[in-house]
Ligand binder design. Structure first.
Ligand code: NZQ
Ligand code: ZN
Length: 386
């Protein structure tokens, strides 16, 4: 097991009616900006509950954060934060709203010319940020209890992730009731995103982390059991609660303590969203089986372990690894998520060329758990997903 540090200060308020609890957690003299998306919170009672909990606070609202939050929109919010002297940011919605809010918290404090430079790694990420918290209405990203954010820039068709311990939410409300209004597509996306987050930290190579392995397998097995139930019975509170807690656990850093990590499926998938606008989770369902088949020899022990322990497969390491990939693809398809580029009307050779050229132009060293993902490998992986 590798050395690690783990510190996660986010308070989780989990369960029905917990939005009301935020009143005592925001500093009383705060000027609050309530940030939300395209309007889902007006349809499921979340807006009213939040406004009620914020009674007595000085609150302004900023709506219209897009799925795959745009830099351009976030920068408009930053202007308002500065001119109106906002001191606390409250994100209310899905991962996009929260990621946009995390970026705003840092961009407000940025002293350089253009905050996009820190997303590109050209300048350092700011060393201070506005405090923030979230009311999370979509179990998928784990953003409610992590230090990551992913921002897209329209003008350059780019999508990049950032990381800063300064933007971990002070608290996050997870009320599973709020997720019962999710469209089936977003429910399925959430299951697949959480599943792939777990796999990015698990499907690498054995590293003497039997506890972390079993923690990850517990998340995977629960998603495989509960995901289909949510598709059948969207209003089942218990199923929703289990999916919510899975997605938080999948990406709050616990399962990756001391373990190697991959993240190549995400990095390649972000390019497919940036170029073609495919939902984040759907890009993962396309790319993951390609990464696994390409690196089956390097990943076979963990894939076979997953196959045996989570999917109940029997056979040799090679047989179980290969079947595990096939079964995972079938799992994604069973949730209504197509796993091939042709299903999205995309020519695989064109996509392979465009995405691998982008990585070539960035001169990024090989990545993935063994540093083996190069532009040439990316080309082959995407081409294999025709
Ligand atoms: O915008 P509104 O009207 O709120 O509607 C949203 C949006 O259309 C809707 N929605 C959210 N909660 C709802 C609801 N509709 C009905 N009932 C509810 N309770 O769902 C749509 C999608 O929302 P979005 O926030 O975009 O989805 P998600 O939470 O999957 O976030 C995706 C973004 O997160 C990034 C992705 O790259 C993508 O940009 N990620 C962030 C990560 C992180 N911070 O750690 C990790 C992930 O790998 C991921 O990359
Ligand atoms: Zn993801």
């Amino acid at each position: 097991m590798n050395n690690f540090q783990y510190h996660n200060p986010t308070r989780i308020l989990f369960g029905k009616g917990e939005i009301a609890s935020i009143t005592s957690l925001i500093p009383p003299s705060s000027k609050v900006m309530m940030v939300y998306g395209g309007g889902s919170i007006f349809k499921n009672g979340v807006y009213e509950q939040t406004k009620k909990a914020l009674k007595g606070f000085d609150v302004i609202e900023f709506g219209g954060i897009e799925a795959n939050p745009r830099y351009e929109t976030c920068m408009r919010a930053v202007e308002q934060i500065k001119t109106q002297n906002v001191t606390f940011l409250l994100a209310v919605g899905g991962g996009s709203v929260l990621d946009g809010t995390k970026f705003m918290a840092l961009a407000t404090k940025y002293t350089g010319a253009d905050p996009w430079d820190f997303m590109l790694g050209k300048t350092a990420t700011p060393n201070s940020a506005l405090p923030l918290a979230s009311i999370m209405t979509l179990p998928a990203t784990g953003s409610e209890m992590n230090a990551n954010f992913v921002i897209s820039r329209d003008s350059t068709q780019e999508k990049f992730g950032g990381y800063s311990d300064l933007i971990r939410p002070q608290f996050s409300v997870i009320d599973p009731m709020t997720t019962t209004t999710l469209p089936i597509r977003q429910t399925a996306n959430g299951v697949v995103d959480s599943f792939v987050h777990t796999m990015e930290q698990y499907a690498t190579f054995p590293n003497n982390g039997p506890l972390q392995d079993r923690q990850a397998e517990a998340v995977l097995a629960t998603l495989v059991e509960e995901g289909p139930k949510a598709m059948q019975a969207p209003e089942d509170y218990d199923v929703r609660a289990n999916l919510c807690w899975c997605s938080t656990q999948a990406l709050n850093g616990v399962i990756s303590c001391g373990m190697p990590q991959d993240w190549s499926t995400h990095d390649i998938g972000h390019e497919l969203t940036a170029l073609y606008g495919i939902d984040h989770a759907r890009t993962l369902a396309i790319v993951l089986p390609g990464v696994w088949r390409f690196f089956i020899n390097e990943k076979k022990e963990k894939l076979a372990q997953y196959g045996k322990r989570v999917l109940g497969l029997n056979g040799s390491v090679e047989e179980c690894a290969s079947q595990a990939i096939q079964k995972t693809e079938e799992f994604f398809e069973s949730l209504g998520i197509p796993t091939h580029l042709k299903d999205y009307g995309i020519n695989a050779s064109d996509a392979a060329r465009m995405v691998s050229d982008r990585f070539k132009s960035r001169n990024r060293p090989g990545f993935g758990e063994r540093g083996l993902i190069t532009p040439e490998v990316i080309y082959k992986i995407i081409e294999s997903r025709a």
